[in-house]
Design a protein around this ligand. Structure first.
Ligand SMILES: Nc1ncnc2c1ncn2[C@@H]1O[C@H](COP(=O)(O)OP(=O)(O)OP(=O)(O)O)[C@@H](O)[C@H]1O
Length: 518
């Protein structure tokens, strides 16, 4: 029995030993597994980090390359005549014209106080010297543009921005002796009429460079034929994309790209088109320019994605939305039902010989209805809005330009850029959708140093814009009517057109050195 007990005990002990051994083994295996896992995780983490570092390094290299100081392309050197000008005279100019230059390269190029301060191509010199001197935006922007830098130019309506970007473009092409005929200058405009006007301005500078204007609403075939051998293209986005998709235009050689009315071109409605168009150009050689009279914060970040260390040139206090101070602004708060009767009263007051009156409606339907009303009241009126054919639009504009019609009724298609001589009064029959559009609309008068009147009918339908309007009036030293103040003189924070209230404004020029001279 004792023997058997011993045996059982021994067996039991054996079992325990085996169990302990097994447990030990399991533990060891588990430990090894854990260590292996940890090692693997560590390795993965290390690899991931290395990969990320590599990616960051690459991105930062690319960004550095992107932000590299643009080198002068050698076409601009300060003239001895400009060097001779006393610094006090330069300072006086900068302060009188409230010039602000934000220049990441800090190159501090002097403004051109006279046409003699720059050696433009003789053909251009012959044209621009019909003016007494460069306008402030031309004076300040030309040296930077001739040096090949990207420029954002912000200056009041009617201050010569077309030549500010157009003259350096044509000057550069005329000074080259390349025989290749590629599209080198591309200028994009939001409306057909403005595209034509820019074209008309550029062709006055030279006959030796082929310029072509492409826009919708007219035959494409003629434009395709015209594009052969063109070096300068002025285009509206829709038709240009059409031609790009058909392979009928090549933008890969564009080295001077202008967005005129840049804030409009970067708004939601145009943003995608602009991205696609710019995607057809080569960023490496491209000098990019943006010009406008209004530069809302909401578009600045998007603008920076297309530009390399841009120099921002502002004339006047352009950080705040501001109107041309030579325009007398009258705002009348009225009952919306009173509008048409009021308009007839205003015409009786303002119609005066050859002076032109531009009336803005908001919608095509409204424009059509008011056109009938005016015709019934024996007014000879031209009309321009989106419901008309391009031919009708062109006829109407030409008739207003020539003075055959002294009244034109328009929607916001005519709000930006159009330079029509002798527009003495702008009437806002219905307030536009944004305060920026208001500044552009009234800017059809008071151009190139002239004065003008803007008479606005304001109703409670637009009360959300009353604060912005009050600010514009105050900024231009204009009286703010009591009735307008009743709607509230404060501006609500504007939501970004694309990103709504979640939009975060990032200052694209934060590395720039700001020099303010006022
Ligand atoms: N140096 C100059 N001196 C005087 N007038 C000039 C000069 N340069 C251009 N102009 C004239 O000034 C007028 C307005 O110019 P332009 O249409 O280029 O203005 P803008 O600043 O582009 O206006 P907007 O903001 O409304 O588009 C034009 O008739 C143009 O011929």
């Amino acid at each position: 029995m004792a023997k058997e007990d011993k045996k059982r005990k021994a067996e039991a002990l054996g079992d325990v030993n085996t169990k302990v051994k097994k447990e030990k083994k399991d533990k060891k295996e588990k430990k090894e597994k854990k260590e292996k896992k940890e090692k693997k995780e560590k390795k993965d983490k290390k690899e991931k980090k290395e990969k990320k570092d590599k990616k960051d390094k690459k991105e930062s290299k690319e960004n550095n390359e992107k932000n590299v100081e643009p080198e002068s392309d050698g076409t601009y050197t300060q003239s001895p005549a400009l060097t001779k000008v006393a610094q006090s005279e330069v300072d006086e100019f900068l302060s009188t014209n409230e010039v602000t230059v934000e220049d990441p390269t800090n190159s501090k190029l002097r403004p051109l106080l006279s046409f003699e301060h720059v050696k433009l191509h003789p053909t251009i010199q012959g044209v621009v010297t019909k003016f007494p001197k460069p306008t402030p935006i031309q004076a300040v922007a030309w040296p930077y543009l001739l040096s090949g830098q990207d420029v954002i130019g912000v200056a009041e309506t009617g201050s010569g921005k077309t030549f500010a970007f157009g003259v350096p473009a044509i000057h550069k092409l005329l000074n080259e002796d390349t025989k290749k005929k590629n599209v080198r200058v591309l200028c994009i405009s939001p409306t057909r009429e403005l595209a034509v006007q820019i074209y008309d301005n550029l062709v006055t500078l030279t006959k030796d460079i082929k310029c072509v204007c492409v826009y919708g609403g007219v035959s494409k075939d003629d434009q395709v034929r015209e594009l052969q051998g063109a070096q300068v293209v002025i285009a509206t986005p829709g038709r240009l994309l059409d031609l790009l998709e058909g392979g009928q235009v090549d933008l890969s050689h564009v080295d001077y790209l202008v967005l005129d009315e840049a804030d409009r071109m970067l708004e939601k409605g145009f943003e995608e088109d602009i991205k696609r168009i710019i995607g057809h150009t080569s960023p490496k050689n491209r000098q990019t320019l943006m010009f406008t009279a209004t530069w809302p914060k909401e578009v600045r970040e998007l603008a920076s994605t297309f530009m390399k260390s841009p120099v921002k040139v502002s004339i006047g206090d352009r950080d705040e939305l501001s109107a041309n101070k030579r325009i007398t602004q009258v705002v009348e708060v009225i009952d919306p039902r009173e509008k048409e009767r009021k308009l007839l009263g205003l015409l009786r007051k303002y119609v005066n010989g050859p002076d032109k009156i531009l009336i803005f409606a908001l919608y095509k339907k409204e424009a059509g209805r008011v056109e009938m009303l005016l015709k019934r009241n024996q007014y000879h009126v031209a009309a321009i809005h989106g419901d008309l054919s391009q031919q009708q639009r062109t006829l109407a504009l030409n008739s207003f330009k020539s003075g055959e019609s002294t009244i034109m009724l328009a929607t916001d298609v005519a709000a930006r850029g159009l330079d029509i001589p002798n527009v003495k009064v702008v009437i806002n029959l219905t307030f536009p959708l944004t305060a920026e559009d208001y500044v552009h609309r009234i800017g059809r008068t008071g151009r190139a140093g002239q004065t003008g009147i803007a008479h606005t009918l304001f109703t409670d339908h637009e009360k959300h814009l009353s604060g912005a309007l009050c600010n514009i009036l105050r900024g231009a030293n204009q009286p703010v009517p009591e009735e307008l103040l009743k709607f509230g003189g404060h501006t609500k924070k504007k939501a970004h057109l694309a990103y709504g209230a979640f939009f975060k404004d990032v200052d694209m020029t934060k590395t720039a050195k700001k020099i303010k001279f006022d």
